[in-house]
Design a binder for this molecule. Structure first.
Ligand SMILES: [Zn+2]
Length: 488
């Protein structure tokens, strides 16, 4: 054991002790959700383990895993310790300095059959906070008005705690499984960099190879206090960053010329900002819109149904794009300028100016098409576009005919008052793309009913989860996993 490792272990034990006392404190607080939160989620008695799961969620929020730098080690040790106490043998998987994942398995038979196994996936890391903009401590797991506040409450420590509850519940009940159930807590999801699921797959695939997975990525969408529909993610867009580089002649700012790269860059970015890629409805997005049309008012429904028509298609696509940024991004490749950089001093014209474009491609679309469109649009020999390293890879969609997909939709729809379950192609990235590239039928469903207002706080300020939604989500996830993996 080297010294660094010893320090990590000591720190880890301290966190576990602290976390234990936090949990006791959290459990000691009476937490009757107020009327608004109760009515926001369909009613059913929470599973007994849900009380404990709320405590685990609070503990996990209190372990700061903001990425960068991630530092998932302590959270991994916390999870591993919890599982060990239940008589499960977890393994901590090293993915980099200070960074680890956790895997554990409940066996169905002596000889495992990876093609049947079910993987429960969630990530340990969270996005950073702008602490000054929060009204509560982002790492305090404050319970207020029926919500638990904290970075990761939804994304993705809520799901992590729900996965733990389901997994530990199966162990406690000694369930007779018809397939292995594998628990996986990943690192570095938010940066998708060196410590991410890509590395886990490269180094440890045999430890969690599975035919099916459930992960974040889809949501239970609420509207006016009711579940409107359940979006089960079966595909996702692909992120690629492109640098816009304007080159010119540096010089004295007192004598401007036409070769100032700041001016060229600004003009290019303005043109790119107005760019809209053509609509391309993938099979999943078509099915999504078919399902969503009857849930909308007559006007919107009419335009959704007209999107494919020859005479009104173009106008319909415009109306639907303008009705919702989510819908707009589901229908086409998008380009968002995110970073501008140029300049050394107020009185110096720089030689170069740069912008970053965050491009989100529909799976199957090529970045080269976008680059060529943008080059034509910018039409300036001083400006070049350069695809940046670590571009995402498109994965084939998960099947909408698999037993698991059908079961998720059936159970979720039944448990959420008959709301339809629709296939969903997320505009955001998840670990599932990498799993799909390894032939896993991976589906995304964060099982907590959430309003737009709550969803907006993900990656934003005052992230929070309604406790009634958390309880309901644990119950629904438990039913999905039990109906798929427990022998009758
Ligand atoms: Zn996430």
């Amino acid at each position: 054991m080297n010294w660094n490792r010893a320090v990590q272990v000591i720190a880890g034990v301290a966190v576990l002790l602290l976390a234990g006392s936090f949990r006791a404190a959290a459990q000691g607080i009476p937490q009757p959700p107020p009327a608004s939160a109760v009515s926001a989620a369909p009613q059913s008695d929470p599973l007994p383990i849900t009380r404990e799961a709320r405590g685990w969620l609070a503990d996990l929020i209190r372990i700061n895993t903001s990425n960068p730098p991630g530092n998932e080690n302590l959270a991994a040790m916390y999870v591993s310790n919890l599982l060990q106490k239940e008589g499960i043998k977890p393994e901590i998987l090293d993915v980099g300095p200070g960074r680890s994942a956790v895997v554990a398995r409940l066996r169905s038979s002596v000889v495992p059959d990876p093609s049947k196994a079910l993987l429960l996936v969630a990530h340990l890391d969270v996005v950073p906070v702008d602490k000054a903009r929060w009204t509560v401590d982002p790492f305090g797991a404050v319970v207020k008005d029926g919500y638990m506040y904290g970075r990761g409450a939804i994304d993705d420590k809520g799901m992590l705690a729900a996965n733990l509850a389901v997994f530990i519940g199966l162990k406690r009940s000694n369930a007779h499984l018809n397939r292995d159930v594998i628990f996986l807590a990943t690192a570095d999801e938010e940066q998708s960099a060196d410590a991410s699921v890509r590395t886990l797959i490269a180094k440890y695939w045999d430890k969690f190879a599975a035919g099916f997975a459930i992960n974040e990525g889809g949501n239970v969408f609420m509207k006016s206090g009711k579940v409107q529909y359940i979006g089960v993610q079966a595909s996702e867009k692909v992120a690629v960053n492109v640098a816009v580089i304007a080159r010119g002649t540096s010089g004295h700012a007192s004598q401007p010329t036409n070769y100032n790269p700041v001016v060229h860059l600004a003009a290019a970015v303005a043109k790119i900002g107005a760019y809209s890629a053509p609509v391309h409805l993938t099979a999943i997005v078509r099915r999504y819109f078919e399902g969503v049309a009857p849930l909308e008012d007559d006007e919107i429904a009419k335009w959704i149904r007209s999107m494919d028509t020859a005479d009104r298609g173009e106008h319909a696509q415009r109306v639907i794009s303008e009705a919702s940024p989510l819908w707009n991004s589901m229908m086409r490749d998008t380009v968002a300028p995110t970073i501008l950089s140029a300049g050394l001093a107020n009185n110096v014209i720089p030689a170069e100016a740069r912008a970053n474009l965050n491009v989100r491609l529909l799976p199957g679309d090529s970045i080269n098409t976008i680059i060529s469109d943008l080059n034509k649009l910018v039409n300036d020999s001083a400006v070049t576009l350069q695809v940046q390293p670590n571009a995402g890879l498109a994965a084939p969609p998960s099947s909408l005919e698999s037993d698991f997909y059908i079961l998720i939709c059936r159970v979720a729809s039944r448990e959420f008052g008959g709301a339809p379950a629709l296939p969903f192609q997320s505009t955001w990235l998840t670990d599932s793309a990498q799993l799909r590239l390894h032939s896993v039928q991976a589906y995304g469903l964060v099982p907590f009913p959430l309003s737009d207002e709550d969803l907006r706080r993900m990656h934003g300020d005052d992230e929070r989860i309604p406790l009634a939604s958390f309880d309901k989500g644990v119950d629904v996830l438990n039913k999905i996993v039990t109906e798929f993996a427990v022998a009758r």
